[in-house]
Structures are given as C-alpha cells and as structure tokens.
Ligand binder design. Structure first.
Ligand code: A3P
Length: 950
C-alpha cells in the first residue's frame, strides 16, 4: 500500500511531459498490487468445494440398482456416458509442484473408517494387523481429535505421525467432511509427502467366495487328488465378463489428472481391456482343451500391477469392472487407480473392493510396500514354509498310509520342490504305534521307515500322552524311550524341533516339558497355535521360553478329522478355494514364515494335503512374485525373531482364561492362586502400611515373602522374574482358604511401562489400588530412603542437587540423573495413571489418599473393603496410634524403622521448586480424578490447585 501511495504522489508532482510515463508506471503498480491481493486470497481460501454433478448423482443411483439386478446392469453397461469435468481435487492433492521439503514421518498408518463392522474397514484392520503394520484407527467423526504431527525434529520441523493415510469408505471423506477438515489431511499429505489410499465401502451383500472361484479349480468330475494332477490349474471359463462403460462403483469424478477432477473415458483403453481379457481367459495358457487349460504361466499379476498401478504417468482409466459369474450374480472386481499428482510427490490411489479378495490384498500390500513414506512392512517377497505331518503312526485303523500313499508322498514332495526348493515333509512320530493297523498300513509304516531319509522327523514322547499330565520323571522316561526308538529304526532326528500333542505344555507353559525337551532332544524350536490364543488366527504370535523358540503355527484347514474330499467342511469348492486365493493362501501371503500342521490322515485315503499344497504353491507362483523357500527349523526360528524381535518376551495370559487352555493345563494347578487385587504403588506413599493392614483381614491373604524383595513379588516389573512364567508367579501365593482374596503389592508396578499390558493379559479382571501422596513429599521421602540405604549418589548430592533446583541442566553423572528420575517421575501421577487406564476400566481402579492413610487409616481400610466387596472388619479395633512412631500401628506392632523415618523438613526452596515442577501434572491429575476416575480430590491436591489459582 505504501508503494502505491508514493506512486500517486509522484504522479501528482509529474510535469505534463512526464504524464504518460507516470500513467504507465501507475498502471503497472496497480496491476502489481492486484496480483498480490489475489495471491493472498488464493492461499487463504478453502478448497473448491467438492460437489457431485447431476451425472454423478445419477451414477450413484445406478450403482445401487446394479447391486440389485442383473438386468439393470446390462442396461447400465450399454448406456453411453460423456466426458465432463465435474469438480476439483482438494488443493493440496491437486498441486502440480513437488513438495519443497520432505519432513520426517513415523512408520505408522492412519486408517479412517465409518463403521468398523463394514467389510472394508474390518478387512483392512485384519490385513494391517496380520502384517503387523502399526496402525491407528479412527472413526470419521473423530477427525477433529486426530493429531497428525508430533514433536519436532532437531531442526525444529514437525514430525509427521503417519507414513500412509487410508480412508476406508472414501465417500465419508468427500461428503461428510468440510473442505476445511479435508484440507488438513490433504495438506498433511503434501507437506509430508505421504500417499493416500481411498477404498470404497464394500458391498455387504456379496459373497466372498465368488471372487475366489474366478481363479480356482472348477468342475472336477472325479477326485483330482492324486499326485498326477499336481501341476494342473483349471480355470473357470464360465465367467461372463462385462466391462462397465463407466465406473459405477467409485464416483468417477474422483479421478484426478493434473489437479482437475474429470471423468474418464467411457471405456477402458483398448490396452487395458486386452490385458484383462488375457488375464481372465488365460489365452496364453497352452493345453489340449481350451476349457481345461494346463497352465504354467509366468506371473500375470505382476504384469497387471505394472500396467495399472505403477506405470501411472498417463493412466487415467478407472479399472473397476463388473462381471456376472456362472450363477448370474453380479460382482465387482478389484482394481487400482493411481493418480500421480506430482512427480516424486504424494500419490493417491483408489482401490476397488472387495478387500478380502486376494488380488485386492496383494495390491494393497504392494502399495504399503512401495508407497509408505517410511517402511511399514517388515518383510518382503520371501516366504518360508515348513509342513509338519504329525502322528505319522498314530491314526486309527483304516486311516493310516499304505505303501502307495507313501510313494505318492515322496513323488509329490519331489514335485513340490519345483515350487519350494528343498521342501521336505517333517514327520512326527510316536514309537508305541509303529506297525499297528491293517496289513496294508503296517506295510505303509514300514515303507515310511525304509524311506525315512526322504523326510525330516521329530519325536513325541513314546506313547503320545499329553506332557502336561506327566510329572518330570515320567516325561524323562518316555522321551528317552522315544529317542531310543529313533535310534533303533534309524530315523533321522536331531534338527532340534518338536511339537507337543494338542500343544500340551507349550502354552500355557508346563516347565517340565521345556526342561526335558532341552535336556533329551536338544530342542531349540517348536510351534503352537495357542499363543496368545487360537483365535483370532491372525494375532497368533511366537515367543522364546527357556531358550526354546516357540513359533506360531498356521492352520491350513486340514485337521486330524479332515479326511475325505466329499465331506470337506463347506464342500469341495471350499477345499479348492483354500489354496487358490482363500484362507491358506492368505496365511502364506501375510506370514514370512508359515509352519503348517497336517496329520497322517490328510495323506492317506483322499490325500487332501497333497492337493492342498499343490494348489497353494501353483496358485502362488502363477499369480504372485512371492519367493517360496524352506529351511531348517532352527533357521526359521531365527528368521522369525529377526523380523519380529519384540515377540521374544512373551506376554503371559491367564491359563484359565480359555477352555482350550484349561484343557491343557495341569489339573493340580488352578488359577485360584492368582491374585485378585494388586497394590501398584508408587514407592514411598504408604504401600507397606496398606499391605500390612490388609493382611489383618481374615478373608485376605497376601503373597509369601521372598528373599530378594521381601514382601514384594515384582513379577510384572522385573524381566528375569517375568521370564520365569506364570507357574513361578503362582508359586508366590499360598493356596487360598475359604474364598480368600489373594493380593500382592509391588510398588514398582505403578511406573513400569510394560506392567499395565502384562497385568491386563494375565489378570484382566484384577482390582487395582494406587496411593497418591503429595508428590513433593514423595520425592523427598525417596531421597531420604536412598540416603538411609547408603546410596553413594544420595550421599554425594544434596536433595536440591538431586531434584535440580540449584544445578545446571547439562549434568552428565548418570547416577545423579537416575536418582533424579526416581525422585521426580513417580509423582507425575496422571501420566502413569493414564497408561493404566488405557488397559483397565476406571471401576477397576481405587485411588487412595496417602495422607488419609497415614492419619486416619481406618477410613481408608473401610473404602478398600467396600471396593473388594468384603465383609467389614472394624480397623478402629486393630490400628492404634503410636506416639513414639508417630504413625498408626497394628496394635503394638509398628512398621520397621525404614518406614516412617524421622528426618528434617524439606527446605523451603526445594518445596517451592517442586510445587512448581508438579504444577501442570497436578492440574491434569485433578481433571482426571474429576472426569474419569470420579474420585474425591485429596486435600493436598486441593491446596496445590488453590495455590496455582491465587
Ligand atoms: P517415610 O518413611 O518417608 O515417612 P512405602 O511403604 O510405600 O515405602 O511408604 C513409606 C511411607 O509410608 C513412609 O515414608 C510413611 O510416611 C508412610 N506411612 C504411612 N502410614 C504409615 C505407618 N502406619 N507406618 C509407617 N509409615 C507409614
């Protein structure tokens, strides 16, 4: 503006001869100002609002009718549609400039959904969890609460929280959000160069299996389940494929090019069409009969992905297409659209559904792999496989392998090795059942042993009993007997692997099994389905216990009772679906290491397992670039824990929380030896007093004292103790009488970052008590405690130095920093409480005022008894004031000299410093107590709050 005024004045002062030049200059200036104003205006404006055109609305209506009627779909397909730009992309997406700077982002994914119950949202969550992708899920209506950035990096730039944004049910993003909110997310995408994936809400009325049929076996007239059919893939040709002239399932206006929303051509390009036809009809398969191809194809999928997804520079067709299957059902097929908005900048993808179709999953995985700003997928193309055939001699008569079955096993193994080099079946035996059965089966057992070098072997105990039922001595005898059998029959054991019948003793852990496995067989690796629970399957995990790696075992839909093709649960189609893109394929896709358990019964009679794995490997090779491998069990275990090191330490669950676990838990043990109350701490708040008083109640029983931590167990906060396992923890408690409440107090639990999760896993219904003392007094008490224990650091530094009230901030003395941490951190009550409240309901938590406990303990004891629903004991009768001690004591028995020490009052300077230090925490604590935990505010906190106010 100043410039403008100066020019006007200059103009007025101009002589007539200079007027023309002055007018010219003035016009230039006005133009300059105009541009400036408009530029600012452009930057501050909201996004151009997204609107559906009339045509798009028509489309939506059409889409609904598509799902309803086959006849309608044909009309829609035949209706021509014109190209019309309709609306524009949100500004940040639409930009053609590459982002100026690439800010740091964390390796998490944001998943937004409307209803988690929809196929898309649920399916996406399962996929991301299966792949162990760190994900935060939010409902769309919580968009305001999502923080997209976190603290700053060293150059003071914000760090982005997400490497990838996924919007399940993208309509919500475009319809329900205001431009301003959309702008927040699109700007984030641009600022942090983060790719966005939109996925439409899945058709709830479509059956998943239709999709699998497209690619699986069809029309077997007789059992195909012999090794000769291993490399055949029969493709359904009954598929009646139609292309949609328009994209009916995604609003076509979502397709952006160079920053402008516009419709796409009425038909997919000839190239794409051609390609998809090829893909489905498999014209490049060779075979005697066009309807019964014999295919050994290179990966067609790779081709598809390259074509449609990643050579995206001029790809603007929407690839959702519609087909009717042989039953006349209308389905939609997955597709993917990449709109490369900026060269090297954030990408946008639209993926077609259904999300639980294997092709969609693969496409999604590739997006995660290729377009996440930081790595969220921890493994790449390599898939390691081990196939166990258990109970090789155990099956009932009539269901064991005969000589032909054994030969088929060897031959098929050879064929499968062309897919998985070196694949060797892993046979589990019990010597006691050797050569039992019909004469043909005896011959079969003999043949197995004769050909034993073709396989790997692992031994159970001699007679197939469940280890958890046997005491250590019996286990030792039977395992030794089994080893002897292997030696006598020259079975090649010794690769350090075994499994247990029904997972008995593996999880829940039965220590004698681990001990004998280690001692007799030198076992280093085993598997189970039971950790943490059998379901949901995708959350099964591994762990290491007593030096033995326990890997999750995968289900392959074949169990001991899965014997015949005709009676396969769900029918023949379900059987073929499993390997052809169905559940077993999923397992392979999502797990870097798949250890499949099968049984001898799956290799005799109809030999279902041979067919299943043939299907699986053939399918995988045909449609994916996955590299199938196998390895020694020890190496598989190592690879697993290299990829997932966080799994090494188990999170112990309750052995009595699941019927399956109870069934394989020693009957002599029971969960009544687990506590129902924990006093969490923090230290120096009066925890010993509360512990001691509670033990006076006849219906309450505490843990036994131990030599290291006296009355404290510290199981959940001490790595060594936690690794001992649940058995050890139970042994810390007496067997309760008369429904006594068992409890323990370990004041280290309150601040331990893993304790809430660990406690929740083992004791989900536990009641928790926390004592809150003025954090200033608590910090000072801790310092006094350390001095009394002759801590060199506490003796060397004054309290002021320890808390940092009078020292420089650049301290390097680690001991001092650690002591400072122990003095100050536990008093940040709300921070720790929030961690506990992430895992437990407020009703499970009782907060006690430490001052009331010291001066009116009987009131506190009444509250605790109410909390535990216990018959009331009048503590006024038991607790007596002891003026010498200066505290209440149980009759005349006061706590030891380390509790209730005498020391000088805290210095005023330190007091003020600490009050200031805890200011913010105390305000937050008060809010937490009022809003969430609904606990009266302790007096000391009220005093602190009024001091802050005044
Ligand atoms: P001080 O020794 O600093 O006074 P904890 O048992 O959690 O370590 O807490 C010890 C604190 O409990 C003592 O700290 C003391 O203030 C407090 N306390 C409360 N009631 C007590 C009691 N009846 N006897 C002894 N100490 C008690």
């Amino acid at each position: 503006m100043g410039q403008f005024l100066r020019l006007v004045l200059q103009f007025l002062r101009c002589r007539m001869s200079h007027r023309k030049i002055c007018i010219f200059l003035l016009l230039i200036s006005l133009l300059f100002i105009f541009v400036l104003i408009n530029k600012n205006h452009y930057h501050s404006s909201d996004l151009v609002p997204f609107e559906y055109s009339e045509k798009t609305t028509k489309l939506r209506t059409l889409k609904e009718s598509v799902v309803q009627s086959n006849a309608t779909i044909r009309n829609i397909i035949e209706t021509p549609f014109s190209l019309q730009p309709t609306t524009t992309l949100p500004k940040a997406f639409a930009s053609t400039k590459a982002p100026r700077q690439t800010n740091q982002v964390q390796g998490r994914v944001l998943l937004m959904y409307d209803f988690i119950s929809t196929h898309t949202a649920k399916g996406l969550k399962v996929i991301l969890d299966s792949l162990r992708v760190p994900v935060d899920t939010y409902k769309y209506r919580l968009e305001q609460t999502i923080s997209l950035t976190e603290e700053k990096d060293t150059a003071s730039r914000p760090i982005g929280k997400y490497s990838l944004l996924i919007f399940a049910d993208h309509i919500s993003f475009f319809h329900k959000w205001t431009p301003k909110v959309r702008d927040r997310f699109t700007n984030y995408s641009r600022q942090f160069n983060v790719t966005t994936i939109f996925i439409p809400q899945d058709g709830r009325d479509l059956k998943d299996r239709h999709y699998h049929h497209l690619f699986s076996y069809k029309g077997h007239s007789s059992l195909p389940l012999t090794p000769t059919t291993v490399d055949q893939v029969h493709i359904s040709t009954k598929l009646n494929l139609h292309y949609s002239k328009n994209n009916l399932l995604l609003p076509k206006s979502l397709i952006a090019k160079s920053g402008v929303w516009h419709t796409f051509p009425t038909l997919a390009s000839a190239e794409i069409q051609n390609h998809i036809f090829k893909l489905v009809n498999r014209t490049n398969c060779t075979g005697p009969h066009p309807r019964n191809h014999r295919c050994n194809l290179p990966s067609q999928l790779d081709h598809l992905i390259n074509r449609t997804q990643f050579s995206a520079s001029n790809f603007e067709e929407m690839c959702t297409w519609i087909y009717t299957d042989s039953q006349g059902s209308i389905n939609k097929s997955p597709c993917i659209l990449n709109e490369q908005v900026t060269e090297g900048g954030p990408q946008i993808f639209f993926i077609g559904t259904p999300i639980n179709f294997w092709l969609t999953k693969i496409l999604l995985m590739d997006l995660l792999r290729l377009f996440s700003r930081t790595r969220v997928l921890r493994f790449d193309r390599k898939r390691s496989i081990l196939i166990d055939i258990d109970d090789i001699f155990v099956a009932p008569e009539g269901l064991k392998m005969n000589k032909n079955d054994v030969q088929a096993l060897v031959q098929t193994q050879e064929k499968l090795r062309s897919f998985v080099p070196g694949l060797t079946f892993n046979l589990g035996f019990c010597g006691a059942y050797y050569k039992r059965g019909t004469p043909a089966e005896v011959e079969g057992s003999h043949e197995l042993v004769r050909r034993s070098n073709n396989f790997q072997w692992f031994g159970h105990i001699f007679n197939h009993l469940q280890p958890h039922l046997l005491p250590l001595a019996n286990l030792t005898t039977l395992m030794t007997q089994s080893k002897q059998f292997a030696q006598n029959t020259s079975i090649a054991v010794g690769h350090g692997y075994s499994v247990s019948p029904h997972h008995s003793g593996v999880y829940p852990v039965y220590p004698p099994l681990y001990e004998t496995w280690g001692r007799i067989w030198n076992i280093t690796m085993t598997t189970t389905e039971e950790y943490p629970n059998i379901y949901p399957e995708h959350l099964r995990r591994g762990f290491i216990h007593r030096g033995i790696m326990v890997l999750p075992r995968q289900t392959c839909r074949l169990f001991t009772h899965t014997i015949s093709y005709e009676t396969f649960p769900g029918g023949k189609e379900a059987f073929h679906e499993a390997g052809n893109g169905g559940t077993v394929f999923n397992t392979l896709l999502f797990n870097p290491i798949s250890i499949f358990m099968t049984h001898v019964t799956n290799y005799a009679t109809d030999r279902l397992a041979l067919q299943l794995f043939s299907d699986l490997f053939q399918f995988t090779r045909t449609w994916t670039n996955l590299e199938l491998t196998t390895d020694r069990p020890l190496n598989l275990g190592k690879r697993y824990f290299d990829i997932f090191p966080e799994d090494k330490t188990p999170i112990w669950g309750s052995p009595c929380g699941d019927k399956r676990h109870i069934d394989i838990y020693p009957p002599s043990k029971n969960c009544s030896r687990l506590p129902s109350l924990l006093i969490l701490g923090p230290q120096k708040t009066g925890t010993t007093a509360l512990y001691t008083f509670l033990k006076e109640h006849p219906l309450i029983s505490a843990n036994k004292n131990n030599k290291d931590h006296y009355e404290e167990v510290q199981f959940f906060s001490n790595e060594t103790l936690y690794n001992y396992g649940v058995e050890w923890y139970m042994e810390q408690f007496p067997v309760p009488h008369n429904n006594q409440v068992i409890f323990e107090k370990s004041a280290t639990y309150f601040t331990h970052p893993l304790a809430p999760k660990r406690v929740k896993a083992l004791l989900p219904n536990i009641k928790l008590v926390v004592i809150l003392l003025d954090p200033v007094n608590r910090a000072y008490s801790w310092y006094q405690h350390m001095q009394a224990h002759n801590s060199p650091v506490a003796l060397k530094y004054t309290f002021s130095e320890v808390i940092g009230s009078n020292s420089a901030s650049n301290i390097t003395d680690r001991g001092l920093l650690s002591l400072r941490q122990h003095c100050l951190s536990p008093g940040q009550y709300q921070r720790h409480l929030n961690l506990w409240l992430d895992h437990f309901l407020p009703e499970q938590l009782l907060l006690i005022d430490g001052e009331t406990l010291a001066i009116k303990p009987s009131i506190v004891m009444e509250t605790v008894q109410e909390f535990l629903n216990l018959e009331m004991l009048d503590y006024n009768e038991i607790l007596k004031w002891n003026s010498g001690k200066g505290f209440y004591c149980v009759n005349n028995h006061c706590l030891g000299p380390s509790k209730g020490r005498k020391y000088p009052d805290i210095a005023v300077g330190d007091l003020k410093f600490l009050e200031q230090y805890y200011r913010v925490d105390n305000v937050k604590l008060a809010q937490l107590l009022r809003r969430h935990v609904k606990t009266p505010i302790p007096d000391w906190l009220t005093t602190q709050l009024s001091a802050i106010r005044s």
